[in-house]
Write a protein that binds this ligand. Structure first.
Ligand code: ADP
Length: 215
C-alpha cells in the first residue's frame, strides 16, 4: 500500500500515520521528521534547512525530492509506505509520479480555527516522536512520554507566528494538490476534525475498500 497523507499542519497526519504504520506494518516517512532529525544532529542538511523550517517556509523542492527518492529506494519501503508531509507542492507531486505509483491519497480536512488550537498545545517526545496535546491528548505524567518515558517538548515552529505562516504556505502551495489528486482519481477525503479514533475508523474504511480484490 503506497499512501500519501495530505492536509494542513495540525490535521493529525503525523498521529494517524504512526497508527497506520504500526497496524499495516508499512513505514511512515515524514519529511518534517527527517528535517528535524538533521537539524538536531547538526548535519549539512540540518544547517541548510534550520532557518527555513523554523519560519515554517518550505524547503526547496529539489532538495526535498532527492531526499524522498533516496528514502523510498530503501528495502523497507518496497512493499508500501505512508508519505506524511510529502508532496507539498505540484512540482514535488510531479516528480514523485516519475518514480512511484500510488494507491491512494488520504486528504485530511479540518478548519483553520481547529488547526491553530491543536498546534498551539502540541507536545512531541524528544526520544520517540510520539505526539501529545496539553488538553486534547495529554500524556499521563506531565512532560513525560507514555510510550517510552522520554521528555516532551514544544516544536520551535509551533509558535503562533510560524503556525500562521505554515497555514498560509499550505493554502498557497499545498492546497492545489487536493484538485491534482482528485483529477487522478486517487483522493479520499476524510474529516479529521474529530478524535484520532474517529479519524482512524474513516481511514480503515478507505483502506479496506482499497484492499478488496479486483480494485
Ligand atoms: P506540519 O505538517 O506540522 O507543518 P511537518 O513536520 O510536516 O509539519 O514539516 C515541518 C517543516 O518541515 C515544514 O514547515 C517545512 O519547513 C519542512 N518540510 C516538511 N516537508 C516538506 C516538504 N515536502 N517540502 C518542503 N518542506 C517541507
Amino acid at each position: 500500500m503506497k499512501l500519501i497523507f495530505l492536509g494542513p499542519p495540525g490535521a493529525g497526519k503525523g498521529t494517524l500515520a504512526g497508527q497506520v504504520s504500526a497496524q499495516y506494518k508499512i513505514p511512515q516517512i515524514s519529511t518534517g521528521d527527517i528535517f528535524r532529525d538533521a537539524i538536531k544532529r547538526e548535519t549539512d542538511l540540518g544547517k541548510k534547512v534550520k532557518e527555513i523550517v523554523g519560519r515554517g517556509d518550505l524547503v526547496p523542492d529539489e532538495l526535498t525530492v532527492s531526499l524522498v527518492q533516496e528514502r523510498l529506494a530503501q528495502a523497507d519501503a518496497r512493499p508500501g509506505y505512508i508519505l506524511d508531509g510529502f508532496p507539498r507542492t505540484i512540482p514535488q507531486a510531479e516528480a514523485l509520479q516519475g518514480f512511484q505509483t500510488l494507491d491512494a491519497v488520504i486528504n485530511f480536512t479540518i478548519s483553520d480555527d481547529l488547526v491553530v488550537k491543536r498546534l498551539s498545545g502540541r507536545e512531541i517526545c524528544k526520544s520517540c516522536g510520539a505526539i501529545y496535546h496539553v488538553t486534547n491528548m495529554p500524556s499521563r505524567v506531565k512532560g513525560v512520554c507514555d510510550k517510552c518515558g522520554g521528555p516532551l517538548y514544544t516544536r520551535p515552529d509551533d509558535s503562533l507566528e510560524s503556525i500562521t505562516n505554515r497555514l498560509e504556505v499550505y493554502r498557497k502551495q499545498t492546497e492545489p494538490l487536493i484538485q491534482y489528486y482528485g483529477q487522478k482519481g486517487l483522493r479520499k477525503d476524510i474529516d479529521s476534525s474529530r478524535s484520532p479514533e474517529d479519524t482512524m475508523k474513516q481511514i480503515e474504511a478507505v483502506l479496506g475498500r482499497l484492499r478488496k480484490p479486483g480494485r
